[in-house]
Design a protein around this ligand. Structure first.
Ligand SMILES: Cc1cc2nc3c(=O)[nH]c(=O)nc-3n(C[C@H](O)[C@H](O)[C@H](O)COP(=O)(O)OP(=O)(O)OC[C@H]3O[C@@H](n4cnc5c(N)ncnc54)[C@H](O)[C@@H]3O)c2cc1C
Ligand code: SF4
Ligand code: SF4
Length: 443
């Protein structure tokens, strides 16, 4: 059992009835979530006005250009290096805390920034996830009111939980200056509704996210990775093409990506939401804290002045340098596309012959895409996956769900938008959609 951070008790709904919805994480919530098709239960559907999903949801009718302009002062500019892939930013860095924090996923930059916000008196509360007391891998939303309690939030959980269902309780408790740590689908809804939430100050610290699944599915995966899966305390897909596992007894095990038992997973292991998610790098956060472009360190994308302010809070605690970039992504991305097309067509994944795998496992960290090229590789793979899976499973959603920049990312690999797949006139986030638009209805 994990202990909840003390200030989790500040979430007023903590004692409310548990939600009978095993796909959504058993978090303290405002109300049960209405059934939705493409939904990662960000929490808006459990709020006092669930109809807001229609204008808040990344899976219904997203408008990234509008929100990028609103949050950062301008939308992504494909003419600037790397903005097509990573969204608007001022600068990127490869970074580590000089003193890594115990329990952190990497060195703990994310939660340390939030601690600093408390220490400098900038905020009243942080909205983030901790672990469910009965399952360390299950995320549980919490409102934290002291820096000390952030230690219990460090680390990654797999799955979704209704983070934003605690926005209204936060306001009800008088918290006007809030920091939110969230994954992209949560941050999209937060930004879409930001102007009507009534906070005086909002700091948004985002992490990248991909290949998420339900906590239940994730346990199936852990079962395939070790004889003692209940003792796994840490898992990360590292930039050196290996998965790192840590165990309760201090053991560390690494597994090359190619040796992972991916072909043993059921075809619906990853939900359609996460196979078709268009925002890998959390483009609407003030600062994105990930690892993909970090070559073994963390990777920071400072997106606006508030993001600079957040990074500045760390002072000398953080070591930063210019991110590197090496290798070429085209080959691996083409190979990935071929496999995604097979999988989407119901065919088994093509596995590399076992004699060749050790060679490629040795070669990839040395000659494969590294640093920013690795991050570009992963973003392009996600874009291809989005188009292939939506075409196969929900072709009518492409027009509404796939922004123009995704089509630009997939074009070099021979995927082009048909006329009926291209985004229509920009929708309106505030107010009703323009007359030419279909109504935004949750799937
Ligand atoms: C499901 C998932 C997939 C990810 N995939 C990638 C990826 O492909 N590439 C990449 O660069 N980075 C990815 N990340 C981010 C990465 O794992 C680290 O969280 C990030 O680099 C921050 O590390 P840190 O040491 O600074 O975090 P810490 O200081 O340890 O803080 C981690 C923060 O993340 C929050 N958190 C943990 N689990 C969840 C969850 N399920 N939902 C919402 N919030 C959560 C915690 O509450 C905490 O606030 C992913 C994160 C998640 C949750
Ligand atoms: S905004 Fe989207 S992800 Fe969030 S609860 Fe509504 S339908 Fe689900
Ligand atoms: S992959 Fe995308 S849709 Fe899935 S949980 Fe992560 S941000 Fe949300």
């Amino acid at each position: 059992m994990n202990d909840l951070p003390a200030s989790a008790l500040h979430a007023p709904a903590a004692a409310s009835a548990a939600v009978d919805d095993s796909n959504r994480g058993g978090a303290p919530t405002h109300s049960p979530a209405p059934a939705r098709g493409l939904c990662t239960d960000c929490g808006i559907s459990r709020s006092s006005d669930p109809k807001r999903c229609g204008r808040a949801c990344q899976f219904i009718r997203p408008d990234y250009p509008l929100l990028e302009a609103r949050v950062h002062g301008r939308e992504r500019d494909p003419a600037r290096p790397d903005e097509l892939h990573f969204g608007p930013f001022i600068r990127m860095a490869r970074a580590s805390l000089r003193t890594p924090r115990i329990g952190a996923q990497w060195t703990g930059i994310t939660t340390r920034i939030a601690e600093r916000l408390f220490e400098t008196g900038a905020i009243d509360a942080v909205l983030t996830m901790t672990s469910d007391p009965n399952d360390r891998w299950r995320p549980l939303p919490v409102l934290i009111t002291s820096a000390a309690d952030l230690a219990a939030c460090r680390g990654m959980r797999m799955g979704y939980a209704p983070l934003l269902s605690l926005l209204e309780p936060a306001r009800a408790q008088g918290f006007l200056r809030l920091a939110v740590i969230g994954i992209p689908c949560q941050v999209y809804a937060l930004r879409a509704l930001e102007s009507e939430l009534g906070f005086e100050r909002l700091y948004v610290i985002g992490t990248p996210c991909s290949d998420n699944t339900t906590t239940e599915n994730f346990h199936t995966f852990l079962d395939l990775l070790a004889d003692d899966p209940d003792t796994i305390t840490y898992l990360e897909f590292r930039a050196d093409y290996r998965v790192e596992l840590r165990f309760t007894d201090g053991r560390v095990k690494t597994i090359p990506f190619l040796d992972l038992p991916i072909s043993k997973l059921p075809s619906d292991f990853f939900p359609l939401t996460c196979r078709t998610c268009v925002d890998y790098t959390n483009v609407l956060a003030d600062i994105t804290v990930g690892y993909m472009g970090g070559q073994g360190e963390q990777w920071l994308i400072v997106r606006n002045a508030r993001g600079e302010e957040l990074l500045g809070l760390l002072g000398d605690e953080v070591r930063t340098r210019v991110p590197g970039s090496a290798g070429r992504r085209a080959g691996p991305v083409k190979g990935f596309l071929a496999n995604v097309e097979r999988a989407a067509g119901g065919l088994p994944l093509r596995r590399m012959p076992s004699w060749l795998r050790p060679v490629v496992n040795w070669l990839m960290p040395r000659v494969g895409p590294r640093g920013l090229e690795f991050a570009r590789t992963r973003v392009e793979m996600k874009a291809l996956e989005t188009v292939v899976h939506l075409r196969r499973e929900l072709p009518r959603r492409l027009r509404a769900m796939v922004p123009a920049h995704v089509w630009a990312l997939v074009a070099p690999y021979g995927l082009e938008a048909r006329a009926d797949e291209l985004p229509r006139v920009a929708p309106q986030i505030d107010g009703s959609p323009a007359a030419t638009h279909e109504r935004a209805t949750p799937q």
